[in-house]
Design a protein around this ligand. Structure first.
Ligand SMILES: *Cc1c(COP(=O)(O)O)cnc(C)c1O
Length: 391
């Protein structure tokens, strides 16, 4: 399997077949497992083997299939599936940190990630320094000999800054800090984060991995010792496990993720180029455009610009008018979905932030995040153009 390419791993990796030899992965909707004897139960609690399960909060065959498949796809030794992307982000950080530790994090983060770093970790005595993630000298200045971890979104939400995984990892590894990357916007299709230096990669599976807006999920990927020795004890006792039914949805999502994400990214690129050429908007942000400040980095790190773009209509009133005029694009806050989704971050996903913080992060009143789906690219462009024409 090691020699398989990503598309083959996405379909076959991790399969565990029952005695019936089913083609499609079985859903083991069970909370527990029966032991052959009291001695067997005792032995399993002392040390369970790879395919010996105890309780679904600890692990389950359908969940294990998902963990093995996404780990293979990402090039990670192992993975632990979580109930949501946030359970995964929280698990990756909280399982390894303790009072007195120091963390350096990029400032441009998804709202809930920011909450964990700014509000939760600090409450338990972890010191967090925030930096402009695109500025390597800021990382260098903030990382100290006692820094335990660095955290960033490889492409930030919603302003699409691209962070240099290899360069930040090099700085972090010089002091033996663990590099934790929230890789949602890069997707497993375009990610090479572990090879580029990340120690731990976290996904919200709710996004492209499901890709059809059905279920919440997340996963923490990394070295076997970190996943089984540090993450698993924390996750299994604090209850952030993924349900077997969700794991099955995510397994089926992985089978088609390559086709979906490549189609979405191709449409995103064509929309961004067309909207920029139209010149009717104040700004079009997309890492796949040459005008993007980290375009070259996006190309070398991922080979593509991703499935999300951001546009700025100038004012909140114009943004609302544009959103309300859309016929195909839905107003919602998921991303990576088959359905194209438009979001106004300043009043929804990033509402909690102060005006100052929003300004620092580039979350302007007119900014809209566009998650490109699987509809016809011409239809999506036509819909945006008619909404823009109405401004
Ligand atoms: C959505 C998202 C999360 C959280 O994932 P959930 O599955 O909604 O809990 C974390 N980080 C990023 C970058 C996201 O886009």
């Amino acid at each position: 399997m090691k020699t398989w390419n990503k598309r083959t791993k996405a379909v076959h990796a991790g399969i565990r077949r029952s005695q019936y030899n089913e083609v499609s992965e079985a859903i083991y909707l069970t909370q527990g497992f029966v032991y052959d004897s009291a001695e067997d139960a005792e032995a399993r609690f002392i040390k369970s083997g790879e395919d010996e399960f105890i309780y679904a909060r600890y692990g389950n065959p359908t969940v294990a299939m998902f963990e093995d498949r996404i780990a293979a796809l990402e090039g990670a030794e192992d993975g632990f599936a979580a109930a949501s992307g946030m359970a995964a982000v929280n698990g990756a950080l909280t399982s390894m940190l303790r009072a007195g530790d120091h963390v350096v994090s990029a400032r441009a983060l998804f709202g809930s990630c920011l909450y964990i770093l700014e509000e939760v970790l600090t409450r338990y005595g972890v010191e967090v320094t925030f930096v402009d993630g695109t500025d390597l000298s800021a990382w260098e200045a903030a990382i100290r000999p006692d820094t335990q971890a660095v955290f960033f979104e490889s492409i930030s939400n919603p302003t699409l800054e691209v962070i240099d995984i290899a360069a930040v990892s090099k700085l972090a590894h010089a002091v033996d800090a663990t590099v934790i990357v929230d890789n949602v916007f890069a997707t497993p299709v375009y990610s090479d984060a572990i090879a580029q230096g990340a120690d731990v990669v976290v996904y919200s599976a709710t996004k492209h991995i499901d890709g059809q807006g059905r279920a919440l999920g997340g996963v923490i990927l990394g070295a076997r010792e970190f996943i089984r020795g540090t993450v698993e004890p924390y996750m299994k006792h604090t209850g952030g496990a993924m349900s077997p039914f969700t794991a099955w949805i995510m397994l089926k999502g992985l089978e088609t993720i390559d086709l979906r994400v490549r189609a979405q990214a191709a449409t995103a690129k064509s929309l961004a180029a067309a909207l920029q050429a139209d010149g009717a908007l104040q700004n079009v942000i997309y890492p796949g455009l040459e005008s993007h400040p980290q375009h070259a980095l996006a190309q070398s790190q991922m080979g593509a610009g991703g499935t999300v773009l951001a546009i700025d209509a100038g004012t909140q009133a114009a943004a609302f008018k544009l959103l309300n005029a859309l016929e195909i694009w839905t107003i919602s806050n998921n991303l990576g979905d088959a359905k194209s989704i438009a979001t106004h971050p300043a009043t929804t996903t990033h509402q909690r932030l102060s005006d100052d913080t929003k300004a620092t992060l580039g979350i302007t009143p007119g900014l809209m995040r566009l998650s490109v789906g699987l509809e016809d690219a011409d239809d999506l462009l036509e819909d945006l153009r008619q909404a823009i024409a109405g401004l």
